[in-house]
Write a protein that binds this ligand. Structure first.
Ligand SMILES: Nc1ncnc2c1ncn2[C@@H]1O[C@H](COP(=O)(O)OP(=O)(O)OP(=O)(O)O)[C@@H](O)[C@H]1O
Length: 267
């Protein structure tokens, strides 16, 4: 059963249904995420994970149900108003400006005055300090003056996480942050996310079970647009129904039967 909202709930998705031309990508889904916590979202291809994040940020509208954030119903607000409440999403592909250095990218997002004239002004001491702090957080201090174009794939992802964090979001949504990373980069990303949780509430989608293990956080399993299970990794790994839907491994796998779902799960 999905967790029930409590006084500490920051994100409260209540009984939402999302339909694309009559096809229900999400059906009566409820999810509650406490303030300052880390939550992992997994599920086979097409389970509705990205659609759920799209609905939280207001890119997609539910046909029924509502999304509450800090007690306020946000599912009818325009996307920019939702972002303004402190919900930031980092997509899989890095969105850094390749022609700028690490420091310049971070300074750009740390600017208080984001108007054209504001951006042309020299950064204030407080903005410089914020950029330094974000470089320390993401482990990029040594790379401050390197062009983003020259960064390794993992470093680019950390820079983008830093840029998203610069806005000091209450809720951080990370969509497959370790895609394409080496094992070492993946471990460093897990550490970074642990540092972020507490200061921020973090919701992570990922398919990499080694990364999910390193995150060591409560997991929500989605399947066919619904919450299928919630629990820790050990419990879920020992749940034959989860193995069947998520890993595409039928319960009677000895029979040799194969499912076509979940082929990219690395368990
Ligand atoms: N814009 C859209 N129009 C029509 N159908 C869509 C649209 N977006 C998603 N869907 C469908 O909704 C279902 C859920 O898709 P979604 O991308 O949310 O799944 P997912 O769990 O994120 O999958 P993956 O792990 O492959 O990214 C899928 O069947 C998908 O084809």
């Amino acid at each position: 059963m999905p967790s029930e909202p409590t006084a500490e709930t920051l994100l409260d998705v209540r009984d939402i249904t999302v339909s694309f031309d009559g096809f229900k990508a999400i059906t009566s889904l409820s999810l509650s995420v406490p303030k300052g916590s880390l939550r992992v979202l997994i599920g086979p291809n097409g389970a509705g994970k990205s659609t759920l994040l799209d609905t939280i940020i207001g890119k997609v509208r539910p046909v029924s149900g509502e999304v509450r954030f800090g007690g306020e119903v946000i599912s009818k607000l325009p996307e920019h108003r939702i972002a303004g409440l402190g919900i930031c999403r980092k997509f899989q592909a890095p969105g850094v400006l390749e022609g700028l250095t690490v420091r310049q990218n971070l300074l750009l997002t740390a600017r208080k005055d984001k108007g054209v004239l504001g951006i042309l002004k020299a950064p204030t001491a407080a903005e410089q300090e914020r950029a330094d702090e974000l470089m320390r957080l993401t482990g990029l201090t040594e790379r401050a003056d390197v062009l983003a174009a020259s960064l390794a794939h993992g470093e680019k992802q950390w820079l983008e996480i830093g840029m998203v964090v610069a806005a000091d979001p209450q809720l951080l949504l990370l969509d497959e942050p370790t895609a394409g990373m080496t094992a070492q980069e993946t471990a460093q990303t897990a550490q970074l996310i642990h540092t972020l949780a507490g200061r921020h509430t973090v919701l992570v989608i990922d398919h990499d079970m080694h990364f999910v293990e390193l995150l060591n956080a409560p997991i929500t399993v989605l399947h066919q647009g619904q919450v299928f299970r919630e629990g820790d990794l050990d419990t879920l790994r020992n749940d034959p129904d989860v193995m069947e839907i998520y890993l595409g491994r039928p319960k009677d796998a000895e029979s040799g039967a194969q499912s076509s779902e979940g082929t990219h799960a690395r368990a």
